[in-house]
Design a protein around this ligand. Structure first.
Ligand code: NDP
Length: 270
């Protein structure tokens, strides 16, 4: 039986074991999948080595170790190279192959929910790992423009400089102009804390805008603002399930159906 795990800190609330065991059942694959807490970078690296020694086939990596996962890999996809982040590692003896599936998880979820991204103009809020990690996948969808905004705006300018080496149609939108935007994606963590307000106000938005928050399992201030303004909105649960589906496909070379899992998780999370 193949062995897998997800490593992070914190890890207690991870839904990945549940999602992967549902996929395994769907595909009639026997596997184990557990949660592992690592204290810090050193423990993370020693845990990976122990898992390789114990014959594990691969791991998912979550916060705050995605950058370290990219660094310790022996081979990586171009997307891992570009984003400096990996959430899926496959082990073959001592070789570690790194993939990142967050971007494809987000894009597949957006495609399922709104149809196409082609020619859309997107405003991406945030400048952390999640925002940077999804940029190549968004830009591969032939969107018309990607605008960046962050509370600490200098980070958006740094981010735009970094991504300009690979893509032209990215710029900073310091003062939000909704007329130029079709979709707003919230990749900030302004929602973990119930007292936070929405990173941007949606009160002046036009009614066709689509709002997407990468966070799930709670009504964030951003999604509440979208709801209060009668805008279309989605949370990040579909992204979570679809990034897991992409990991599963990498490890087992089998496609899985994710919609029913998203629906059953949603009913347990509410
Ligand atoms: P980071 O800690 O790397 O970045 C946090 C970002 O949020 C920064 O841009 C920060 O801005 C901003 N921020 C924090 N608090 C506020 C606030 N009160 N108002 C405005 N901006 C704020 O986090 P990640 O990028 O790793 O994760 C971001 C979110 O994405 C998390 O909620 C995470 O759960 C979610 N996520 C969901 C996934 C899914 O599968 N659905 C996958 C990955 C992430 P500043 O620079 O100014 O501090």
């Amino acid at each position: 039986m193949k062995k897998f795990a997800v490593i992070g800190n914190p890890i207690k609330h991870s839904l990945s074991p549940l999602i992967h065991s549902e996929f395994a059942q769907q595909s009639s694959i026997d596997l184990t999948y557990e949660k592992i807490l690592a204290d810090d970078e050193i423990t993370f690296i020693s845990t990976i080595q122990n898992l390789i020694n114990q014959g594990y086939a691969g791991v998912n990596v979550t916060l705050p170790f995605k950058g370290y996962a990219a660094k310790i890999s022996t081979t990586k996809t171009s997307e891992v190279d570009l984003t400096g982040s990996a959430n899926t590692l496959s082990f073959d003896h001592n070789a570690i192959a790194a993939h990142t599936t967050d971007g494809i998880g987000l894009v597949n979820d957006l495609l399922e929910k709104i149809g196409t991204l082609s020619s859309s103009s997107i405003l991406l809020l945030g400048a952390g790992g999640a925002a940077n990690g999804v940029i190549p996948s968004l830009l591969n969808e032939e969107i018309s423009h990607l605008y960046l905004w962050n509370r600490t705006i200098q980070k958006s300018f740094d981010m735009a400089n970094h991504w300009h080496k690979s893509y032209e149609n990215i710029s900073v939108m310091e003062n939000v102009d909704f007329k130029k935007i079709d979709i707003v994606i919230n990749a900030t963590s302004a929602g973990i804390d119930n007292t936070a307000s929405s990173p941007i106000s949606l009160n002046d938005s036009h009614k066709e805008i689509i709002c997407y928050d990468m966070m799930y399992g709670r009504q964030t201030p951003f999604l509440k603002s979208a709801s209060d303004n009668n805008l279309a909105f989605f949370d990040g649960l579909g992204m979570l399930v679809k990034q897991a589906a992409a990991s599963f496909e990498i490890w087992h070379e089998q496609k899985v159906e994710s919609k029913s899992i998203e629906e059953s998780l949603r009913s347990t999370l509410i």
